[in-house]
Design a protein around this ligand. Structure first.
Ligand SMILES: [Fe+2]
Length: 365
């Protein structure tokens, strides 16, 4: 269920009415949410705050969060923040049903146990779509652990356009690009379904409809972008992402560009390249289906076909003024070696190492 916040957060009252004590998992963005903080100061339900986690959160932080949830006898969870706050809250929800204290990574290996802990998420960026997905990431012994469970999808999502008002402009641009790339990649994914393609279409159309208002910080623009990013999250919840995301993670670690910035760097090159190489289609639905899909992406962007859509994606990138990093030859090799093979399998066109190397040369300077 999606509830949209009015200034007085009346929408929250109904959700809180049957809760005894809430674990509020929040990052530093909470202090900028003036209206939300005012609301929290007036509600009768006690809120236990938990912020003891970092970007790329650790399993150890989840263990601490579960311990606090139990010690305080909380009966529900609210997550407020970006992707890391969502990841931590999702794992606290999932693992609080497990026996023991989670030592030695025990919960990562444990058989899932159902729990009915009410879980509300309020994203403070319009990008990750994490509030709509069954995925979470935590790190244990420096190794990334992907947690996947239908049980970690928040049953209630609170969308508040005010939460986006204080974000730095670069972060707004990058998170919007992340949402757009989720929607586009999900659309062309080999795992797409009729339902996921509807979400992708709505997300792409929403991003383009609200881009100007969002970048100019209007309420309508921010609301529209939150809904678009949420729809894109629902799309990748079904399909996962594809080559653009497989290729973009290393751009962030090598050049320090934000995740969404890295994703559009890749997708603005992948889209036109795919149009030229549909004969290498590996989607079992065939080349004709892929061509129709790429045209449908173009139309969702308000264009008449895929070629115009690919041009428009590059125009968006150029218009945002996002930098194109410069790579050395050794960095190109690092990038090729660092591509995520799991996400690559979702891509509808086969990409070998030589092709990926060539693409990186188009993506970077
Ligand atoms: Fe992403």
């Amino acid at each position: 269920m999606i509830i949209t916040a009015a200034d007085d957060y009346r929408a929250l009252d109904g959700w809180l009415s049957d809760k005894k004590k809430v674990l509020l998992v929040c990052d530093e963005s909470l202090r900028f949410l003036t209206a939300f903080n005012q609301k929290l100061s007036t509600v009768a339900t006690p809120m236990i705050r938990f912020s003891d986690f970092q970007p790329n959160p650790l399993y150890a932080s989840v263990v601490k969060g579960v311990a606090l949830f139990r010690k305080e006898c909380c009966d529900s969870i609210i997550a407020v923040g970006g992707g890391s706050a969502m990841d931590v809250a999702k794992c606290i929800k999932l693992y609080s049903a497990q026996p023991g204290d989670g030592e030695d990574g025990a919960w990562l290996k444990a058989k899932e146990i159902d729990n009915a802990i009410p879980f509300l998420a309020m994203p403070t960026t319009a990008g990750t779509g994490s509030e709509a997905t069954k995925y979470a990431v935590v790190y244990y012994n420096d190794i990334k652990q992907s947690v996947t469970s239908e049980r970690i999808i928040p049953e209630t999502v609170l969308l508040d356009p005010n939460a986006l008002k204080t974000l730095p402009l670069y972060q707004k641009k990058a998170t919007m690009c992340d949402a757009l790339c989720h929607a586009i990649e999900s659309f062309w994914s080999v795992n797409s379904t009729e339902e996921s393609r509807r979400y992708s279409h709505d997300a792409i159309a929403g991003v383009f409809c609200h881009m100007d208002g969002y970048l100019n910080n209007t309420d309508e623009g921010n609301s529209g972008m939150l809904l678009a990013a949420h729809a894109a999250g629902k799309a990748i919840n079904i399909t996962q992402t594809t080559a653009g995301h497989a290729m973009c993670y290393k751009l962030t670690s090598l050049f320090g560009v934000a995740h969404g910035h890295a994703a559009i760097l890749c997708d603005r090159v992948l889209f036109p390249w795919m149009l030229e190489h549909t004969s290498r289609c590996i989607d079992t639905r065939g080349e004709t289906f892929l061509k129709a899909t790429l045209d449908a992406i173009g139309r969702a962007m308000g264009c008449s076909n895929a070629a115009e859509g690919a041009q428009k994606l590059n125009s968006v990138f150029q218009g945002l003024g996002l930098a194109i990093p410069t790579a050395t030859e050794s960095q190109y090799e690092e990038l090729v070696a660092g591509v995520n093979p799991v996400r690559l399998k979702n891509h509808p066109i086969q990409l070998d190492a030589d092709t990926i190397r060539t693409l990186y040369h188009f993506i970077l300077r």
